[in-house]
Design a protein around this ligand. Sequence first.
Ligand code: FPP
Length: 252
Amino acid sequence: MKLAFWKKSDDTAGQVDFGRLPRHIAVILDGNGRWAQRRGLPRTAGHKVGSETFRTIATYCRDIGIAYLTVYAFSTENWRRPQDEVDTIMSLLKRYLLEAIDTMERDNVRLRFMGDMTPLSVELRELVDRCNAISDRLTGCLCSICINYGGRAEIVHGARAFAKDCVAGAVKPEDLTEEMFENYLYSAGIPSPDLLIRPGGELRLSNFLLWQCAYTEIYVTDVLWPDFSKEELHRAIASYQRRDRRFGGVKR
Ligand code: FPP
């Protein structure tokens, strides 16, 4: 399938079959700190450039027709970072949400937030609520931003909600299936990621989408997130398209 976004000179786009794209891409936004340190800059400079990279990649995913994009912006463990770094990440999120409120309707991009929002500032929580309300009216590409998110915490949160429904008599423990439990997760209604991209070279999941990534194809690159480009995304998708997904079965 040919797309207008193809540039003849860009050989990485030529490696991608745009008619067979992953439906859901998840990304761990890693390597911001190292990117900055290698340039003698404060770590916060890496987060600033990283948030620009996020804008570029999210827009491109929307343009080529990726239906779901989920990014790990702030983990339950990231609160342990120096206060100025936490503050910078929160202010970058705030800036992004303020911009999104102005543009998501025009672009038909929905935003969703996964994680426990209670420790966030009142201002940030209000922006999250406004984005959710706008998203409810839209139908387009769904971008999920994980904030104060942890995969284990998400499963515990879901188990607690299910237990409450049991106590209330709405469901019975023996009725629980994997499909039903998915409705108790932050990602309810979103298909599992087909492709997980990890820039920054680390070979671990870091507590990201533990339930959802059971059969997700993983692409790790040494490229640091601020340097991540459309070309690198093409490489990740092309790698995914070469994989043989069997979901525990055998090739027929
Ligand atoms: C991990 O890199 C990155 C983070 C903890 C923060 C990511 C947040 C942003 C890019 C800002 C806002 C996000 C959005 C979606 C607008 P690291 O600091 O752990 O890098 P390192 O491994 O090189 O130290």
